[in-house]
Design a protein around this ligand. Structure first.
Ligand code: SIN
Length: 366
């Protein structure tokens, strides 16, 4: 059956999701929105350039705000796309944090049940990953089996809730990056309280969902991408609305706020960067070693070798959320809050095995 034909009970979003998920024949990508000047569906977005000093931006690896390119998309008020605003050589530090620091305790990840409490995915994988860069494929390392990490208030995938009792300190560097981006976009009260990091392989996808478990929907959801590119589908308040496909590349940042905060979205496909190189050009430069008062230590050549080998076939996404409203508290037990993901969809990254036939949930339950 052609992917363009609606299956019984299938909604408009799922139809488009299947279209871009398809490998054979691959979907025509000519309708996928690219964020570049001259694209008719885009409007340049004004940022609050005075809200973050150049020094504060540089401490987390961001260019001065007046150099950023940001866009609104017609039909999606509150949605903002910032084209890679990172300083050259700085994404490397964020990638290293995602692979080496953030998966460690007290943060929570999909491999926790498979590891001892002091398990160190980086320590258990780096030698193998470094070898792989020069010696072809061997068995997947643990880092390559990592699918998600939660930070701060740890999202519970089973109940789809956050709990006051289940939290750990939110990483200071990522909180500061989020503060700078949210201030630039005009949000003065953003507080990074929860983070979900998704780790995609080339055959991974992220199901159709809405992020509504947070109790504060007046704060934006911030999304940061690194590594290989992806197609992102941005839909409507119902799955009957056909989504807009858009391309996300390494370093790009998305902000979902206002009327776009609760829209359905999904990532049906990971794609190699169109530039032709194995890594996008912004990652092919040397890691920056400039210290200034950087909040993140430089990524050493040895660490970058591991990250680079990992990123050849991977994408990383970090989403940062505020969970509680100013002065707000957690609801009493029994009150329900759901992430809208319906039958057949999972909200976390899943992989395709055997060419899209068998889909495996890569959670701790597997
Ligand atoms: C993405 O990986 O770009 C999206 C992540 C999410 O929707 O949570």
């Amino acid at each position: 059956m052609s992917a363009a034909v609606l299956e019984q009970g299938e909604d408009a979003f799922r139809k488009i999701f299947r279209l871009y998920r398809r490998k054979n024949p691959p979907a025509d990508l000519s309708g996928v929105l690219e964020y570049r000047p001259g694209e008719s569906r885009l409007r340049g977005a004004e940022l609050c350039v005075g809200a973050v000093t150049d020094q504060d931006a540089a401490r987390v690896g961001l260019q001065p705000l007046h150099q950023w390119s940001a866009y609104h998309v017609d039909g999606y008020p509150g949605f903002l796309f910032i084209v890679n605003p990172f300083l050259p050589g700085w994404q490397h530090r964020w990638v290293r944090q995602c692979l080496k620091r953030y998966p460690r305790k007290p943060n929570v990840c999909n491999l926790d049940l498979h590891m001892s409490l002091d398990g160190d995915l980086w320590g258990l994988s780096h030698a193998q990953l470094r070898k792989k860069s020069s010696q072809g494929r061997s068995e997947k390392t643990l880092l390559e089996k990592l699918r998600w990490v939660t930070l701060g208030l740890h999202y519970n995938w089973d109940t789809k809730k956050y709990y006051r009792e289940h939290q750990s300190p939110f990483p200071v560097d990522l909180a500061e990056l989020s503060r700078c981006v949210s201030l630039a976009c005009g949000f003065q009260n953003f507080k990074a309280e929860a983070g979900i990091l998704n780790y995609y392989r080339m055959d991974s996808s992220l199901g159709i969902h809405v992020d509504e478990s947070e109790l504060d929907h007046s704060s934006p959801l911030l999304s940061f991408c690194f590594g290989q590119s992806s197609i992102f589908l941005l839909g409507g308040l119902s799955r009957d609305v056909a989504p807009t496909p858009m391309m996300m590349h390494s370093g790009d940042i998305m902000v979902m706020s206002g009327a776009s905060r609760l829209l359905y979205h999904a990532v049906p496909r990971i794609l190699r960067h169109p530039g032709g190189g194995v890594l996008p050009p912004c990652l092919s430069v040397s890691p920056s070693s400039d210290e200034r008062d950087a909040l993140l230590e430089p990524c050493s050549p040895a660490d970058w070798e591991v990250c680079e080998s990992y990123l050849l076939s991977s994408r990383i996404n970090m989403t940062v959320r505020r969970v509680l409203e100013e002065g707000g508290s957690f609801p009493a037990e029994g009150d329900t809050l759901h992430i809208k993901a319906t039958q057949g969809d999972t909200y976390h990254v899943e992989d395709d095995e055997s060419e899209g036939v068998k889909r495996v949930r890569t959670t701790v339950k597997d």
